[in-house]
Design a protein around this ligand. Structure first.
Ligand SMILES: Cc1cc2nc3c(=O)[nH]c(=O)nc-3n(C[C@H](O)[C@H](O)[C@H](O)COP(=O)(O)OP(=O)(O)OC[C@H]3O[C@@H](n4cnc5c(N)ncnc54)[C@H](O)[C@@H]3O)c2cc1C
Length: 394
């Protein structure tokens, strides 16, 4: 594990349980992800064999209660996300898509029978889920989605297309959001259903140790009980996105910390002009700026986590962490890369991989611009989204 800046005794703010969860996930990342990630990334492989181990650690639907889920606190979930993303954003993304998006959609909006049917198997990693909201022509503005579910007898027929859907080609179940005559609704779609085709997007320059797909939906016939009964309108998918955005606010700190640690270690041993490069003031300025930003990001994430555990967190507060911590993490990963010089573009060192991954992280779950607009609307009272409402955007 790389050095962790601890200028402010952050650990003192955590409970014993929180530290124990963090340490458990950190050990897993050190043993199972760190030694292999450069190769997986290079060959664009998602290590699906790790799914049972992630389940064993209780990380799938970790913050959900009942139905075989671990029921851990928001802070513990955040710390786990941070440790996973120190390994690679792609692995944290897997846990986010499975737990915060697919499982939380069923947990929040599903019937009792749907929860019983899917959640225990998803928590055990036996069933992988995905979450299809984005479409080829509908991203930041999901109200423009054109995937449509029409009623046929008691059931439904889905037609449309989704894009950038994490895990879709290896998932057994997809949560698909679609327009209906009744507004946007969510559907539980077993991926073996005829007419459901997921194709991995390639080549990718980011998130290479992770899978994102195009999905074609052609006359996908579903029974009546495929509908998520409690999901009405865009508020339903947004409530899941908020869960995932929360995890990102923590996760990106892991990528930043690993980049910083790699650069710090390198700066202690790399000699130029007869000195370790860490002895140069210009290098120290970079390292100090990184360490200070990481401390600030941790404090922000922890504040958000405490609000979430208290049940009072507001969507705009999640935007503060998603926007600020992702922005800080990208800057840190890029700056760390400069300290590595030419070696910084080799796959043997993590910062450029993290920086490339973070380009995806800054884009999904609301781009920088979208979170800025959410906060702008909150601060000024004026919505600057054209054709949508403040509530719809958050
Ligand atoms: C690796 C990866 C994984 C993903 N996983 C999933 C997933 O599992 N499920 C899923 O449903 N989606 C997923 N996505 C999709 C992601 O959520 C979208 O890419 C994101 O919402 C942005 O949509 P877009 O790509 O269509 O860009 P657009 O919405 O077309 O945006 C393009 C640019 O325009 C800007 N823009 C848009 N509207 C405004 C505005 N009003 N004011 C100012 N600027 C604006 C954006 O900020 C951006 O800079 C994933 C994407 C990636 C890259």
């Amino acid at each position: 594990m790389n050095a962790v800046p601890d200028l402010l005794d952050f650990d003192e703010l955590l409970t014993d349980d929180e530290r124990a969860t963090r340490d458990r996930v950190r050990e897993f990342v050190d043993a199972r992800i760190r030694p292999n990630i450069a190769d997986w990334y290079d060959r664009a492989i998602f290590p699906v064999e790790l799914v049972p181990e992630l389940a064993e650690l209780g990380l799938l639907g970790m913050h959900l209660s009942g139905y075989g889920c671990a029921g851990r606190s928001a802070v513990e979930y955040g710390l786990a996300a941070m440790e996973l993303e120190a390994g690679d954003s792609g692995l944290r993304t897997f846990v986010s898509v499975q737990g915060s998006l697919a499982m939380s959609a069923i947990h929040k909006h599903g019937s009792e029978a749907q929860k019983q049917e899917w959640l225990p198997r998803m928590a055990r990693g036996e069933v992988i889920g995905c979450f299809g909201l984005t479409e080829p022509n509908s991203g930041s503005d999901p109200s423009s989605m054109t995937t449509f579910a029409r009623r046929e007898g008691d059931g439904w027929v889905l037609n449309g297309a989704k894009r950038w859907i994490g895990l879709a080609s290896i998932a057994q179940v997809a949560i698909i959001w679609a327009q209906t005559e009744d507004g946007v609704r969510g559907f539980i779609v077993p991926t073996e259903t005829e007419g459901f085709v997921a194709t991995p997007i390639a080549p990718k320059l980011s998130m290479r140790a992770s899978i994102q797909c195009d999905i074609a939906l052609t006359d996908v016939r579903l029974p009546a009980d495929a509908l998520l009964p409690e999901a009405r309108g865009l508020r339903a998918p947004f409530s899941c996105l908020n869960e995932a955005r929360y995890g990102i606010g923590w996760g990106v700190i892991g990528a930043a910390r690993d980049s910083y640690g790699t650069a710090l270690e390198y700066s202690r041993t790399r000699m130029q002009f007869n000195q370790p490069i860490g002895a140069f003031q210009l290098t120290q300025q970079k390292l100090v700026d990184m360490a200070v930003e990481i401390e600030k990001a941790q404090l922000l994430a922890l504040r958000l986590g405490r609000l979430k555990d208290a049940g009072t967190v507001q969507p705009h507060q999640i935007s503060v962490a998603k926007l600020s911590n992702t922005r800080a993490a990208i800057a840190i990963a890029r700056e760390a890369r400069t300290i590595l010089g030419g070696n910084g573009v080799s796959g043997d060192y993590s910062p450029l991989r993290h920086a490339a991954n973070l380009e995806s992280v800054r884009t999904y779950e609301g781009t920088d611009e979208i979170h800025t607009l959410i906060l702008g609307a909150h601060i000024t009272g004026f919505s600057a989204f054209r054709g949508t409402t403040i509530e719809g955007a958050s």
